[in-house]
Write a protein that binds this ligand. Sequence first.
Ligand code: ATP
Ligand code: MG
Length: 394
Amino acid sequence: MKWSKYFLPTIKEVPTGTEAVSHQLLLRSGLVHMLTSGVYSYLPLGWRVLSKIENIIREEMNAAGAHELLMPAIQPLEIWQKTGRDKTLEEVMIRFKNKKGTSMCLGPTHEEIITDLVKSFVQSYRQLPVTLYQIQTKFRDETRPRFGVVRACEFIMKDAYSFDTSLEGLKKNYDAMYAAYKKIFDRCGLKPIIAEADTGAMGGRLSHEFLVPAPIGEDKAKDEDGIEHQAIEVGHIFQLGTKYSEALGAVYLDEQGKQQPMIMGCYGIGVSRLISTIIEVHNDDKGIKWPQEVAPFLVEILPLQPSDPEVMGLAEQYYDELTKCKIDVLMDDRDESAGRKFNDADLIGLPFRITIGKRTLAEGKVEIKNRATSQVEVLPKDAAVGRMLALAGK
Ligand code: ATP
Ligand code: MG
């Protein structure tokens, strides 16, 4: 991507009314735009981060044997009345009447909807177990939307649901999700504390929360040394049992031909919340330091004098060669001062930066800088692409 033709509006000043560092950096580096309190657009750069996170989640969920589907956000209230959650979730549920006068809501979560769906297709123990998931927009009328996309009223969640015929089966699925979650957060550059938690409004038998230590966290979590941290909840998994299947009549016929309620688990990740959490953990006074796997682009090429044919020629050459090797490259070809470009590069925080300047190039050299470690390598111009590929693990 060439910056001059991209839609990447960076902001120099700290936006007013923002307490969290991640919220400031989210806005300043052109990742999101607030429409109204708790409601955000993802700009092209933010959308790329979101897609990278979603793909990591997809890979790990698919590897764990879950199948992706997509359920609707518009839902009849009637289905929620069957479990009584039209009452327990009343505060956050966004409700309205459609033209026919039917009471509807925008889904704050999907246990009822998936249970009804699976009930429609599964009759026999032979069709179980099954785990289904989606990456989808949730709506919650939060009392205090906060910290950018940490607590929003419209946000993206990954929600998975498992259906089993036995408690052993549920435990196996739960363990598989637990392991997948560890891999997902690790690939996102996060080390959550995993804590047994309350099952709350969800109900059920057992649950674990994945909590990332951060000053803006609204939860508390004790680490291995027993030290308590403020922490952000990025994921929550539940062994639900039969609460939803009994309320909605999701039954199957067992080997003896006897009707049994399906045994369920549910597993959530705050996909959009992860963007803020990653920034909250990976930043310095200059900007974001994206972990490689979730970075919107891996490399920024920075030609300091775009009007110089030699400088720009080499920048274009690197751009083409790296792009051919399937590396996501952003080239700052804007006609801006070197100072402005360096500041913006640190702000948007891509893992690597290749700087091409007239003076160093006169000696046949260019610079590669690692954003996370601040390490700078000066190397012959013909070695830069090879080195970059090695750094990218290619
Ligand atoms: P919280 O306690 O933070 O309100 P929750 O326990 O109500 O969250 P769940 O219903 O378990 O949330 O949802 C699964 C995941 O979705 C949470 O672990 C969290 O990461 C994310 N999430 C929940 N509410 C929001 C929100 N308002 N904005 C962004 N992400 C959210
Ligand atoms: Mg929770």
